[in-house]
Write a protein that binds this ligand. Structure first.
Ligand code: 13P
Length: 241
């Protein structure tokens, strides 16, 4: 199976021209490009082999929700995936597991595959593996309460420990694989999702990508900083081939 490499550009680049240039440079099969909302249409026009993803999605389809973007709108723009519940949104915008679950449901309703992000802060990691598992399982368990049974089809779960994001301190492969496997197993066995892919994210680079992609239970990567540097990102993609 081709491993999925998701580029989360976050609030970058600053201008559309640069977004289009980057998209062109890294457009490859198996790649999901997630630009900021205002660049989605321009990037869509340039992506031929890869696919388009959004960085967020709102849970309602229309109405008095200033500033929000619906799954229907994203679907119309050509987005196939939407990142949901990234730790930066949980931290800076107060997103809760309930909101995350509703967003996943909205994505699924509008034929967009959610990339549900979970992961623990350093304080929890310091308590050891059992505490990490409990923390992440709870994030998943609360979120999926808001996903009706009939929508439990394809979902992507991304294990992104907060202490590994943007720090240059990646999670050990053994530990990352254990967590990805546990998340996927929880969603398939306990919550009856039909098709689950598990990603790892957090300080992924051209150098360390292969070690994750060689792991049997890691189906792909969610890449932040390195996805903004075309040559570096291409190395990550090549590592999954
Ligand atoms: P970095 O790859 O910059 O650590 O970011 C990871 C991330 O948050 C992807 O969603």
């Amino acid at each position: 199976m081709l491993k999925l490499i998701v580029a989360n550009w976050k609030l970058n680049p600053t201008v559309e021209k640069e977004a289009v240039r980057l998209a062109r440079a890294v457009d490859t099969k198996g790649v999901v490009l997630c630009p900021p909302f205002p660049f989605l249409a321009a990037v869509k026009g340039r992506v031929k082999k890869g696919v388009l993803g959004a960085q967020d999605v709102f849970w309602e389809g229309s109405g008095a929700y200033t500033g929000e973007v619906s799954g229907e709108m994203l679907h119309e723009l050509g987005a196939k995936y939407a990142i949901v519940g990234h730790s930066e949104r949980r931290m800076h915008l107060g997103e809760t597991d309930e909101m995350v679950g509703k967003k996943c449901a909205a994505a699924l309703r509008t034929r967009i595959t959610p990339i549900l992000c979970v992961g623990e802060p350093l304080a929890v990691r310091r308590k050891g593996t059992a505490a990490v598992l409990r923390y992440v399982r709870r994030q998943l368990a609360v979120a999926v309460r808001y996903i009706p049974k009939n929508l439990r089809r394809s979902i992507v779960v991304a294990y992104e420990p907060i202490w590994a994001i943007g720090t240059g301190i990646p999670c050990h492969v053994f530990e990352a694989e254990r967590m990805v496997k546990a998340c996927a197993a929880f969603l398939v066995i306990k919550e009856k999702f039909r098709n689950v892919h598990g990603l790892y994210g957090g300080s992924v680079s051209g150098q360390n990508a292969k070690s994750y992609l060689d792991a049997e239970y890691i189906d792909g990567l969610l890449v932040g900083g390195a996805s903004l540097r075309a040559e570096e990102f291409k190395k990550i993609v090549a590592a999954g081939r």
